[in-house]
Design a protein around this ligand. Structure first.
Ligand code: CA
Ligand code: CA
Ligand code: CA
Ligand code: CA
Ligand code: ZN
Length: 583
């Protein structure tokens, strides 16, 4: 109750005014020099669906903790086949509520495919080839609250599942507070001769630690706010914390091992709905999940103890990942547990291990792109510390960028404020729409390049060709039939990991006919010396995987005459059927 009261007290009047305002009309092609809040994002998806009714449909995935709708946009050309008979490409974003530009990348990807359909031949072929499942905002409550509430760049990540962080019997009772009403949660500092910091002589907005014996100037008081529940602590219990990217049902661990995992996997109602949505689309072979920040394309596994994927899968990841690095300059292709940190119960592990899809996490944006330097000048290095460490040459450069490139949009100048507990203080620092999000003028470049990385990988989904390369009559009513399945793309018809772990059924090649009988059949391992690994039982049905950039061949001895059907069926790479006449 106290939380609700606080929100009404501070932002209630402003919010109710906003709710009365008519939503700005959203038209296609969509604009990307702006951000879309939750409602606008849904409107944008509906606008795409209205503009391209033959190529798209909208599905309600489910509802969130706070009853907001999670929508998926499917792009599929029904004239080139059913969705489930094509390779599925899944793209989502914004599972962390504050990582909002991930939603714009998804919107842009959809908008770009659709507006170029029938215009750009490569995009046209790409739309015709795959089924695309686009979920621009997974954590819809997080997106809503990030835009509508005061925040730092890093708050509102989790699910809206109340949690008593300080175990005082009250749930989410002491959020940070927007004391000066500017929509941001910034930082507080107080003049104090015994403080641990003094003003940086190079930029008075920054502070540097005092050396032993030196007089102090400032004490830092943390995030903007007051002690809402009067327990003597300020801002100690805000939303959650359930991390929606630690709540997935593969390699899940309880919160004492993995912070934010919650009491059991898929306790998040929206996440559970999304898991069902994905499981209902077993054709998904490739996935991108967008986050911010740092400029990375991460692949799994999430933890070292899982061991690496089979070598052939690593080759596929490397091929896609190294090309993604080139498409988005400055981004690095990395192995998540080794190059970043270990995660239990994350979405990528679920997709790799339950769905059998090659999955990348795209960490969008690099503050390194906030430049202010001459051509010859090399980039100033962060001295040390975390991404929010003040007092570094990089931070100074970012402030110059703020001052001269975006004219103060990203940084709030220190401003006096009379605090109920601390007295005369100052509030200032990086604002909500900074630090992890590009300024809107940089957004079109970010969304295009990252969508292009997804497009590169989408072009590499399996393209299987079935050829009956030989029907040789070797005796009266006995034929030798050779079938070749080839794939001219990088991604195999199913992952090697899926084959090794038996995640789902393999592809099936079936030879049959009314007047024929398959006497023997098996995989042709050496075409020139005619070596065949025969399958003893039911030789007319062969299980297989078609490799990337390669082929697999089978040889059958068939008795009888007349029509012979050759059928290839794959969970992820479609269906092909050929009829051959034996005579
Ligand atoms: Ca509490
Ligand atoms: Ca503020
Ligand atoms: Ca408190
Ligand atoms: Ca507070
Ligand atoms: Zn994230």
């Amino acid at each position: 109750m106290k939380t609700i009261f606080r929100h009404i007290l501070i932002t209630g009047g402003f919010l109710s005014l906003m709710n009365l305002m008519p939503a700005q009309e959203i038209t296609v092609p969509l604009r990307f020099d702006r951000y879309y809040d939750y409602e606008e994002l849904i409107e944008a998806m509906k606008a795409l669906n209205r503009a391209y009714p033959r190529l798209t449909h909208l599905d309600l995935v489910g509802k969130s903790e706070e009853n907001r709708e999670i929508w998926a946009l499917t792009i599929n050309n029904p004239q080139t086949g059913n969705e489930l008979d094509k390779p599925g490409v899944y793209v989502d974003g914004n599972i962390h509520g504050n990582e909002v530009q991930a939603g714009e990348v998804c919107l842009y990807f959809a908008d770009y495919l659709l507006k170029n359909y029938g215009k750009n031949p490569r995009i046209t072929a790409l739309v015709d080839k795959n089924a695309y499942y686009v979920v621009p905002s997974v954590n819809v409550d997080g997106r809503y609250h990030f835009f509508n509430d005061p925040n730092t760049p890093s708050t509102n990540r989790g699910l809206r599942r109340p949690h008593d962080d300080d175990r005082d019997g009250l749930f989410d009772e002491d959020f940070p507070d927007d004391l000066d009403g500017d929509g941001n949660i910034c930082n507080m500092r107080k003049r104090d001769p015994f403080g641990q910091y003094r003003t940086d002589p190079l930029d008075s907005r920054l502070m540097i630690p005092v050396k032993p014996g030196e007089p102090g100037e400032w004490t830092l008081l943390g995030q903007e706010g007051i002690d809402n529940d009067g327990d003597g602590q300020v801002n100690e219990d805000s939303e959650g914390y359930v991390d929606p990217n630690r709540n997935w049902p593969y390699n899940w661990e309880p919160p004492y091992v993995q912070r934010g995992s919650d009491n059991y996997p898929l306790s998040g109602v929206g996440l559970k709905a999304l898991a069902n949505y994905i499981i209902d689309r077993p054709n998904i072979i490739m996935a991108f999940a967008f986050h911010n920040n740092g400029g990375m394309f991460l692949r799994g596994p999430g933890t070292e103890d899982q061991g690496d994927f089979p070598r052939n899968d690593v080759e596929v990841f490397d091929y896609l990942g190294k090309n993604a690095e080139k498409i988005v300059p400055g981004y690095r292709y990395l192995l998540s547990w080794r190059d970043l940190y270990s995660t239990y119960g994350d979405f990528g592990d679920f997709m790799d291990n339950i769905v059998g899809a090659y999955t990348f996490v795209g960490e969008l944006y690099r503050t390194d792109d906030e430049t202010f330097r001459s051509p010859g000048e090399s980039q100033k290095q962060e001295d040390e510390g975390s991404m929010f460490t003040e007092n570094t040459s990089r931070t100074k450069e970012r402030l110059e960028f703020n001052d001269h490139v975006v004219h103060g949009d990203l940084y709030k100048e220190w401003t006096p404020y009379n605090h109920p507990t601390y007295g005369e203080i100052e509030i200032g620092g990086w604002v909500k729409m900074s630090s992890r999000l590009p300024h809107p003028f940089m957004l079109p470049d970010l969304v295009h390049r990252n969508a292009a990385a997804v497009i590169f990988s989408s072009e590499q989904t399996p393209e299987i060709k079935l050829e009956v390369t030989e029907t040789e009559k070797i005796d009266r009513n006995l034929y030798r039939v050779t079938v070749r399945l080839s794939n001219r793309k990088a991604i195999p018809s199913l992952t090697y990991h899926a084959v090794q772990k038996k995640i789902h059924e393999q592809d099936i090649l079936k030879v049959h006919g009314k007047q024929i009988r398959v006497v023997s059949g098996g995989r042709l391992t050496d075409l020139y010396r005619n070596r065949v690994v025969y399958k003893e039982h039911k030789p007319e049905i062969q299980y297989l995987q078609v490799p990337g950039f390669g082929k697999i061949e089978f040889q059958f001895l068939v008795s009888g005459k007349g029509e012979m059907q050759v059928e290839y069926t794959s969970l992820k790479a479609g269906k092909i059927r050929k009829t051959v006449s034996l005579k």
